[in-house]
Design a protein around this ligand. Structure first.
Ligand code: SDX
Length: 373
């Protein structure tokens, strides 16, 4: 019996063409492109097409794909009712997303997984935006088929046509985080379809996984941390207090990267344009990063705790104007593209994913009726 590997560290359970990371060199390749090559230039539809078809579309293919995806965005009144209830009860956005995704695709039978996958990707922004409109006491805004995916998401949140700079900033984020090997939520999606269940079940299970603060739940607390340090102007005191209390510093550390997450640089440069100099908030952000990395090395010298993707995610999404409560759900709006591509890959060459466990309980117990216990 092999040893128990609690976190599956270093265990490969699938072959994939979708993405790969070099944790020592700090490199991420998505669909064959270094993330730096893809993030700033691609529209999110081009990145999705790349994941689904292993190449970038030509102009005609892109136009057709964009139109097809846009045609799948609508959600019905029964889904809106679920989202209104979640908003009225102030349920977390990730719970609303999970319930909305299920309600929007009830009874999917899995006969056409690629079509189901596109429908799931197309509806995520509609679900998140409708929930948020209800949370703010407004009526949802219907999707606009003439807007591309990222622009339509921002439009459905506010009712206004977004600035191109905000759309570009959001697309850089969506492209950078769309896929990242077998992270916990993507692994969840693969486990679900490995039983030959459907891609909608895979997406809703993956949302539940992404919700956790160790995974997709980190950027919100990062922004709180940055606002608090911007007010105190003392990053060192803040970080020391956290580390003395043996608390996790959100936005730092990673299971794979032993150096700075390559996405941090991409998101940092995309975020800077949204901060003007006079309130020096961006200066606070970059100074905090330097202090945090230095003190993490001091307190945890045996670990390479560097900046991960969530640190500058907070700066970029805040700069673009995404509400802080929607940071994890916006991560889901992107990563659902990766989850669906991995699910389709798993279905192509499926093997039930079923690890073992080591039994540590008693053996050979004998039964006693309750009145004799
Ligand atoms: C994402 O897997 C992916 O690819 C995820 C992701 C993706 O694209 O899908 O990259 C997105 O999830 C980024 C991570 C977002 N989460 C956070 O920023 C939360 C803070 N980070 C940590 O909780 C932690 O670094 C993890 C969860 C990200 C990784 O944890 P590991 O690899 O399982 O490391 P560990 O929990 O075993 O920690 C090892 C040691 C521990 O110290 P000891 O208990 O051994 O003394 O390092 C310490 C930890 O306490 N440590 C930290 C720390 N991260 C690890 N200490 C302080 N602050 C931190 N951030």
């Amino acid at each position: 019996m092999t040893g128990v590997n609690r976190g599956l560290d270093g265990v490969a359970v699938a072959e994939t063409r979708l993405s790969t990371m070099d944790g020592e060199a700090g490199e991420l390749i998505i669909g064959g492109f270094p993330v730096e090559e893809l993030a700033d230039d691609a529209t999110f539809e081009e990145t999705l097409y790349l994941l689904f078809h292993d190449r970038l579309p030509d102009a005609g293919e892109l136009s057709e794909f964009r139109t097809d995806l846009a045609a799948r965005r609508e959600i019905g009144d029964e889904v809106l009712a679920v989202l209104q209830r979640a908003a009225d009860e102030e349920k977390p956005a990730m719970d609303a997303l999970r319930m909305g995704a299920a309600a929007a695709n009830l009874g999917v039978d899995g006969d056409d997984p690629e079509s189901d996958a596109l429908r799931v990707v197309a509806t995520f922004p509609t679900i998140v935006a409708a929930y948020w409109r209800y949370r703010e006491g407004n009526e949802p805004i219907a999707p606009d088929p003439d807007l591309r995916h990222a622009a339509n998401y921002l439009y459905m949140l506010t009712g206004e046509r977004p600035e191109e700079s905000a759309v570009r900033g959001l697309e850089t984020y969506l492209n950078a985080v769309v896929d990242h090997g077998l992270n916990a939520s993507t692994f969840t999606a693969r486990v679900v379809v490995s039983t030959e269940s459907d891609v909608v079940s895979a997406a809703t299970a993956a949302v539940g996984t992404l919700k956790g603060p160790l995974h997709g739940g980190a950027p919100g607390p990062v922004l709180d941390m940055l606002k608090s340090v911007h007010a105190s102007d003392d990053p060192e005191a803040y970080v020391r207090e956290k580390l003395e209390a043996d608390e996790r510093l959100m936005g730092f550390g990673h299971r794979i990267y032993r150096v700075r997450d390559p996405r941090a640089a991409v998101l940092e440069s995309a975020a800077e344009q949204f901060y003007d100099d006079d309130d020096d908030f961006f200066e606070t952000i970059t100074e905090f990063e330097d202090v945090a990395v230095e003190l993490l090395a001091e307190y945890k010298p045996d670990r390479d705790l560097e900046t991960n993707v969530e640190f500058y995610t907070a700066a970029l999404l805040h700069g673009v104007g995404v509400p802080q409560e929607l940071f994890p759900a916006t991560f889901g709006v992107s990563r659902v593209g990766g989850w669906m591509a991995h699910a389709l890959e798993q279905l192509e060459d499926n093997r039930l994913i079923r690890p073992e466990s080591r039994y540590t309980g008693d053996r050979n117990r004998s039964w006693t009726p309750v009145d004799e216990r």
